[in-house]
Design a protein around this ligand. Sequence first.
Ligand code: DON
Length: 325
Amino acid sequence: LIAKCLFEEFIIPDFKSFTKHIEEFYYICEPNSAGKVADYIPQLARTDPKSWGVSVCTVDGQRYSIGKTNTPFTIQSCSKPLTYGIALEELTETEVHKYVGQEPSGRNFNELILDQNKKPHNPMINAGAIVVCSLLKTLVKPEMTPSEKFDFIMNYFKRLAGGEHIGFNNAIFLSEKVSADRNYALGFFMREHKCYPENTNMKEVMDFYFQCCSMEATCESSAVIAATLANGGVCPITEEKVLRSESVRDVLALMHSCGMYDYSGQFAFKVGLPAKSGVSGSMLIVVPNTMGIALWSPPLDPLGNSCRGVQFCEELVKTFNFHKY
Ligand code: DON
């Protein structure tokens, strides 16, 4: 790191002028008052719609943050690429994809449908993420109790975040559990179609899924997670190899094609970067081999993506040549 500083060999050599642009995009998006904060549970409905934060972490650990970047939020669907990555890491791609596909569903994230092989379409929608949770519960270290499995996953999330803030919001977990008719419907529907490994306890899987969604992060810690994905699975802050580069490649491929709900195709077309959004208004964006970006702004568009978040990405690629094509 010191040699990199001396010889100015950073991936973004003029980081200061780069951050000036990030600051400019932040202020361009700030007045955007479009969208609606998720209100299916009271804890999310109470979030301040003005909350807006942007954090950047490069693959060599340069950091920049502006706005509300230390306020914890629940990661919600941003947990999906992480649980998928952990399942790949622990079980291999072949094993994981016996149970879940790789195709965009072209439908809502919580739609009650399976593909022609009776598998959920991909791990980035609820059905797919619930199946990934069943793999993590039943096939990965099956001897663990539910509490041990919770710690196991939380510890993985923490390592991805370089030890920075990862918490758990019990009130949101309890609320999710009692307002989850659709997720339970998906759970039973998939049990009917034998989507889970043998001996799966579906009720425990659902709890585990809600626990993963109820983990907390901040923009700062989420940027480190995104940077670990940008860096082939090596956390730029701790230099620990948390995921194999093969697992990360699969995660990024599906974030690219399926990470932004039913806007994924348009997002891939316009922005061209792997990203994942969640219902609390957070977004992980990965610029492979360069940096991770985390955004947080609770008001969502009708498809469920953060309005300021999507606008920010469009500003980003107007100025920088990050679009992959
Ligand atoms: O499953 C749910 O309804 C939420 N707890 C997570 C949803 C979310 O962020 C939307 N995701 N695709």
